[in-house]
Design a protein around this ligand. Sequence first.
Ligand SMILES: [Zn+2]
Length: 103
Amino acid sequence: MGITICDMYGTVGISLVTPVISAAMLEERDFDPTSICLIRCTELSDDDVFACWSDRVTADRLRIPRDRIMSLEEFGSLAEFQQLLRPVCHKCFEEWLKEQRSR
Ligand SMILES: [Zn+2]
């Protein structure tokens, strides 16, 4: 997992999200929480799951599976999706997500 410097939390881990989500988060805009999709793929073992977040429109457009955990190989073939992903502060993202879900 990558590392970033956050104004609020200092050195923190990153979450990878699509640009629509990072923009909404940074601009503190409300976002329909049902449109925020968890995308998962296995890393080296089944216990080790890599996760990132996509908005529903992007996931639909690129046909990203949301109902199962992809293999590393399958995820690796999604070049267009991977290039879209933006790193954001993990803690700020978790807080923002919680806020969206509690509205
Ligand atoms: Zn932060």
